[in-house]
Design a protein around this ligand. Structure first.
Ligand code: SF4
Length: 367
């Protein structure tokens, strides 16, 4: 049972001695050696493979990433393979993983490294940070794991563990809290094995120090955890303010020629810009979205196409957009100019670089 010690949770705190950090580090290291999950990117020190894993893991669950990571590295075993690949192939392999900008940046960065760094991943922070799609977190993760450089990485899981260990109040949007967490994390970092340390902290946050109901009784750091001592570890850190969800309506056009359907790049308003989608338009109501779709089809095809009665309704979420929509069949598809759309065989669509929404619509209209 946690020991009640509310005095630890607020006000001025004493800086722990170096031996305190050393003991935490030792306990964490021993636990990680015994309990680390066998994830595919832990079987390599290849900076390229580690970079790919870190990009895929941004905002995506480990279980989702694993099959994508394995397929991706089979298709592009080296940075040069990736740089030389057509973007379409990259997007096909990324399809379903979400946040497609990551794939585009990965490709651009690989091409830049092929031209400027002879296909190698640079081992310095400034060069890595200058690459498209590599932020502070990814640069430090790659440098610590692949190049053993003493950078501590801070994500939501790690921040939660540190906030609880040192009973720090606040959330990551607050600069003072962030500085306090970074300060403790820097003290705690293993200079000798920074990559293992970072992975161990993330692992602890993902499997033991959970956001709800942390598994303190089996935690290797329990004896020195001030959050546990406080009797209420879940109260650290404070929750992040929630981003409000926006409601949108989407009208989708179904243009068919026998077994083929017409798709265009992007959805609407710059959303899913890299992927193939059914022609569609957003609107503040379904009626307005439908009207905008009609205008959009006219601009696209130079034909006065008419929309029939909806053949399917759907709900879908894309980041903070909560979408309700309908699919409208379109008459008179024979005269559509060749360059206006791309025709895909409906049965081959699941292998193409289409969005999750397009996948959902295919299921609806095929069912
Ligand atoms: S003892 Fe509990 S609160 Fe503290 S780090 Fe471990 S799981 Fe988290």
């Amino acid at each position: 049972m946690p020991r009640k010690n509310p005095g630890m949770a607020g006000g001025r705190r004493e800086t722990p001695p170096a031996s305190f950090y050393g003991a935490l580090r030792g306990a964490l290291r021993a636990w990680f050696r015994a309990h680390a999950r066998p994830l595919p990117w832990r079987e390599t020190r290849d900076p390229y493979a580690i970079w790919v894993s870190e990009v895929m893991l941004q905002q995506t669950q480990i279980a989702t990433v694993i099959p994508y990571y394995v397929r991706f590295l089979e298709a592009f075993p080296t940075l040069t393979h990736l740089a030389n690949a057509p973007r379409e192939r990259l997007l096909e392999l990324w399809s379903g993983l979400g946040y497609y900008r990551r794939a585009r940046y990965l490709h651009q960065a690989a091409q830049h490294l092929r031209e400027k760094f002879a296909g190698r991943i640079p081992s310095d922070y400034v060069s890595l940070r200058a690459l498209p799609g590599i932020g502070d977190y990814t640069a430090k993760a790659v440098l610590s794991i692949a190049f053993h450089q003493p950078y501590a990485v801070l994500d939501g899981n790690v921040a939660r563990v540190v906030a609880r260990l040192f009973a720090l109040r606040g959330n990551l949007h607050q600069p003072q809290f962030r500085r306090a967490v970074e300060g403790e994390l820097t003290q705690l970092l293993s200079r000798r094995l920074p990559g293992d340390f970072n992975q161990a902290m993330m692992e602890l946050g993902q499997t033991i120090c959970l956001p709800r109901a942390p598994r303190c009784p089996v935690c290797p750091l329990r004896k020195r955890c001030r959050g546990f001592d406080s009797g209420d570890p879940e109260s650290f850190p404070l929750p992040l303010p929630r981003r409000t969800t926006e409601s949108h309506y989407l009208a989708v056009a179904l243009l068919r020629r026998g077994p083929r359907v017409a798709l265009v790049r992007g959805l609407d308003e710059g959303v899913l810009a890299d992927l193939w989608n059914f022609p569609a338009a957003f609107g503040p109501s379904l009626m307005e979205a439908r009207e905008r779709l009609r205008e959009k089809l006219h601009l696209l095809t130079h034909l006065a196409l008419s929309l029939g009665e909806p053949v399917a309704d759907f709900r879908h979420s894309i980041t903070f957009r909560s979408i309700r929509g309908s699919v409208y069949p379109v008459e008179g598809c024979r005269g559509i100019p060749r360059e206006a759309v791309r025709w895909f065989d409906l049965t081959g669509l699941p292998q193409a670089a289409i969005s999750q929404l397009a996948r959902k619509i295919v299921q609806k209209i095929s069912g």
